[in-house]
Design a protein. Structure first.
Lengths: 203, 274
């Protein structure tokens, strides 16, 4: 209904102060999470570095507020993984942070977490009952990709091999996901990594 | 406080008083309920009920049932039902639930017998909505929904004909619950009816038929249904209206609860994102 820029303006004027006033930390985390995503989208459109940085700040604040609410924290960690894995200014730091975030998402997104109440975090995914499964599957696939990229940054052959093996493990885990798309993507990743491993180990 | 005229008596007109709310409201006092002594005793019974003294409240009402002049007995029975509702809600007391239903039925029949159409309509509305308001299992049945809606739609038509805005506002609020609270048979058409009913409720807020917390509930619910309609029809006008509703609620101070305000703030943010 609104353009992205209008959305941002409306959100900026509305959300910033009100989110500070919330006593309910889970609600605050959900608000900041949504706010961060809108801000990031708008920063791309407007090519505003400050807004891009602020989007990360809001996401980090959302993570802090989500402390103790496993499903919400899993969702936020998954998003952190996505965002940090795309950072180009400091590729290594970005990938390391993304790896930790995805690992955290996998640890948190348990079937038990799915049952943690019908609280504010549910507003993000409506009535879906497999949100944690979806998060876990996504995180495994992305973790495979992040480790594959880390292998490309590795300086020594041994650490490159170690990274590729870790990546293969993550892709194998991801290939057990329910979605066909996920399985195909994980198998493709695995094939790529195994080829590279074969080349490296064969030398 | 108990002196005449009756407008001074701290009793709100009963037929649109929320069943679980005993708080007297002098502004809503009515001169139509009967002699001051009955009004005062009914007010005391409600206050006793609110304080959790259900037995005392019940005894007081019982003494009035037999002693009242016929023209007022239906109001006495209604208050008796309201006290049982309070007891049922606070103590999860099933026998109080059943008692409330029986008393409300008697109140309605008595109102019909004495020709008090307005009260009969209001009591029919409460009698019908009681299982839903008290969260009874029977309220989940489709038959309950169908028969309940027939009663409520008649109450709405009668209230509209008689120009009773406060009753109309409340009946529309209850109608919206019946239209949309049944996920297994939920349709776009039900959603539209639920929104229309709530639109009418919200339009009638100035008439004063709803308690302050019901006003917030109705507006939050309207926002939520508009948001749902936005997705069902991919309709930007519905999203925009939902956003306006949530935005206004999120800057409200009293009587909105913290949870309601938080929901309004989050829904505003979610609507902005669309």
């Amino acid at each position: 209904m609104l353009s992205n820029l209008d959305q941002l303006e409306r959100l900026l004027s509305f959300a910033a102060s009100r989110l500070r006033d919330l006593e309910d930390k889970e609600a605050e985390a959900v608000g900041r999470y949504i706010f961060s995503q809108t801000m990031r989208k708008a920063s791309f459109k407007r090519k505003q570095v400050e807004e891009f940085v602020e989007a990360f700040r809001q996401l980090e604040a959302a993570k802090q507020s989500a402390e103790g609410v496993s499903p919400l924290k899993a969702i936020i960690e998954n998003t952190r993984g996505d965002w940090y894995s795309q950072i180009v200014s400091d590729r290594k730091l970005g990938l390391d942070t993304a790896e930790t975030a995805y690992e955290s998402a996998i640890r948190l997104a348990t079937p038990e977490a799915e049952k943690e109440g019908q609280s504010w975090w549910r507003m993000l995914y409506g009535k879906r009952e497999d949100v944690m499964e979806m998060m876990r599957d996504h995180a495994w696939l992305q973790l495979g990709g992040v480790r594959e990229n880390q292998a490309k940054l590795a300086r020594t052959k041994s650490s490159k091999i170690e990274r590729l093996r870790a990546s293969a493990d993550a892709y194998r885990q991801a290939s057990q996901g329910k979605s066909e798309f996920q399985q195909a993507a994980a198998q493709e990743g695995l094939r790529r990594v195994e080829n590279e491993l074969a080349t490296l180990e064969g030398k | 406080m108990l002196a005449s005229p009756y407008g001074e008596v701290a009793v709100r007109r009963l037929d649109w008083l929320p069943l679980s709310t005993a708080s007297p409201n002098a502004a809503g006092a009515s001169p139509t309920l009967g002699p001051p002594l009955i009004i005062a005793k009914l007010a005391i019974a409600r206050l006793l009920g609110e304080d959790g003294n259900y037995e005392e409240a019940h005894s007081l009402v019982e003494s009035l049932v037999s002693a009242s002049e016929p023209g007022y007995k239906h109001y006495v029975l209604y208050v008796g039902a309201a006290i049982q509702v309070m007891k049922a809600q606070r103590n999860k007391d099933r026998s109080a639930q059943q008692q409330a239903g029986l008393l409300m039925k008697r109140a309605r029949e008595e109102a019909v017998a004495v020709g008090d159409e307005s009260a009969a309509s209001a009591f029919a509305l409460y009698e019908t909505a009681l299982p839903l308001l008290l969260g009874e299992e029977t309220a989940k049945a489709l038959e309950y929904r169908v028969s309940g809606l027939a009663v409520i739609e008649k109450v709405i038509a009668d209230a509209r004909r008689r120009g009773e805005k406060r009753l109309l506002g409340r009946a529309s609020l209850y109608a919206s619950l019946f239209y949309v609270d049944y996920p297994e048979s939920f349709s776009g058409e039900d959603l539209r009816r639920g929104i229309d009913a709530l639109d009418e409720t919200v339009d009638l807020i100035p008439a004063g038929g709803l308690s302050p917390d019901e006003v917030v509930f109705a507006r939050l619910r309207l926002g939520a249904l508009l948001y749902a309609q936005g997705w069902t029809r991919l309709d930007s006008a519905s999203f925009e209206r939902a956003l306006r509703e949530f935005e206004q609620l999120s800057v409200m101070s009293d009587p909105i609860t913290k949870d309601q305000k938080t929901a309004a703030i989050l829904m505003t943010i979610i609507c902005c994102r669309i």
